[in-house]
Ligand binder design. Structure first.
Ligand SMILES: [Fe+2]
Length: 185
């Protein structure tokens, strides 16, 4: 599944918003302030849409100090009191979204904007190159606050990225009760 409309149609019933945004505004390795400036119009529009008050640029890569500890904060099932909104500038990762009794996995890469409603159980992991750079929006100035569920459901899924050559697999959504998609071990 690759086309924007097709992915939107698959995710909309799950309450998840997806858009493809242009990446030609600024070089992807520009400093955070340059990125925020280049996307100022989109950032302000998104703030109006979702009631967000602040945005920043998160940059995670193999040179990030304590990378594994940081990734361990993302890759356990959790919720937030606010939406999780990401526009991916570079790198790739997978969102696992828990929907009733099913799990949907969405691989995101450069140009993907994903908006996951508050309260959605989810976790996130990076693809093999261990890097992601993204704009984030927040409804509170306190920033990223996870509430871990400690359900252990995250341990049953392999963080397997297919990459841009396998876009057919990038959105997997299960709708039937009891179904679990993703890459279950
Ligand atoms: Fe999260």
């Amino acid at each position: 599944m690759d086309g924007e409309a097709e992915i939107q149609a698959a995710l909309k019933p799950l309450g998840i918003e997806y858009e493809r945004w242009s990446l030609d505004r600024v070089p992807p390795d520009s400093c955070a302030d340059a990125v925020l400036g280049a996307y100022a119009v989109e950032i302000e529009e998104m703030k109006r849409r979702g009631g967000y008050v602040t945005a920043d640029v998160i940059d995670v890569n193999p040179a990030t100090p304590n990378l594994e500890e940081m990734l361990a904060r993302f890759d356990k099932e959790h919720t937030h009191d606010e939406d999780e909104v990401r526009f991916i500038l570079s790198g790739r990762g997978i969102f696992f979204l828990v929907l009733d009794e099913s799990v949907a996995s969405v691989e995101v890469g450069p140009g993907d904007m994903l908006r996951v409603p508050r309260g959605t159980k989810h976790w996130f992991t990076l693809c093999e190159d261990r890097r992601i750079r993204a704009i984030r929006w927040f409804q509170a100035t306190s920033g990223w606050t996870p509430h871990y569920t400690d359900s252990g459901v995250d341990t049953a899924y392999q963080p397997l990225c297919f990459g841009p050559a396998y876009l057919g697999q990038r959105v997997q959504a299960a709708f039937g009760p009891g179904q679990a998609l993703g890459q279950k071990r």
